[in-house]
Design a protein around this ligand. Sequence first.
Ligand SMILES: [Zn+2]
Length: 361
Amino acid sequence: MKAVIVKPGEKGATFSDVEIKEDQIKGEEVKIKTLRVGICGTDRGIVNGKLDFARPPAGYNFLVLGHEGLGRVEEVGDKVTSLKEGDLVVPVVRRGCGKCLNCKIGRQDFCETGEFVEAGIRGMHGFMREEFVDDAKYLVKVPRDLGELAVLAEPLSNVMKAFDELIFIQKRSIWHCEDSSYGCRNATIIGSGPIAQFFAMTFEANRFNVTMLNRRDPNEIEEKISRTVGYKFVNTSNGLDEVPESDVIVDTSGYPSAFIPLIKKLKRNGALILFGTVGGEKSEITSDMITKFVEYNIVVIGSVNASKLNFEEGLSYLSLWKARYGDVLRSMITKVVKPEETQSAVLDKAKGSIKTIIEWD
Ligand SMILES: [Zn+2]
């Protein structure tokens, strides 16, 4: 079948005809026709040959790329009751080790052994192919109203998980406001890509006061999203004076130089969520910072991947935002390409573009 493949460790991606061993579907399995696949920074790292944990599945010398999938059910095994032909589904990315307790109860996003596989990333083929077979338990049914916007569910699921963790951890003290809402809390988001936009929209939906930071002015689309959703966009190229004292800071950039200067803006009992990962930048942790973390009860949350529940939550939020903000979600998809254009779409990310998706049908 036709698929977008990479050789992990080497630069480039090709749209090729490949042999993938898949038997007739069995009892709990479902055959899915691929409709849309999103592209993100992880794909960029793999196609650049720089993501050192990317690897093909056992028995293959290539990896099918793509972990932000959306497809349509073509055929279901005789034991599948949750899905039927024609349903739209989003597949989860990580598959558990089968050994640790977290994996055994569907929380492979907290796998303890590290022996998991991830579709399109490590040890398992991804979704940039014409069709694939998957176990029904890894498929999330998409609400009818959402249609192709459900391709945004995977990146959003990661944000849902991080937000859930924050609220869980912050129960260490009374963190809600006098009226029981979060309306008195300030959330500051570093970056303005899709993950940053989803963090901003999630905090806003939970009534935090949201500020988004970048080292430039917002472009037209970012301006439209921040105006419609109702958060402030601050250009930090001339300093941090306009950044509010914050109860939570989310870094989506991965650059220590972006979030370390902001630690001084964290309020008592605050939280720093680290989400971005890029290599190459060195920075110093000083005793002053450690004192701040200690004296202010600051918690640092690193967060990756998501459970099936977080996908379900993400789909609910997408429906909410679609109803509330009109075409704002659609305007986040700034580029649509064909499978044969994947390599250039991944490598030549236009400045200020938000989300690129591949159209398979
Ligand atoms: Zn595990």
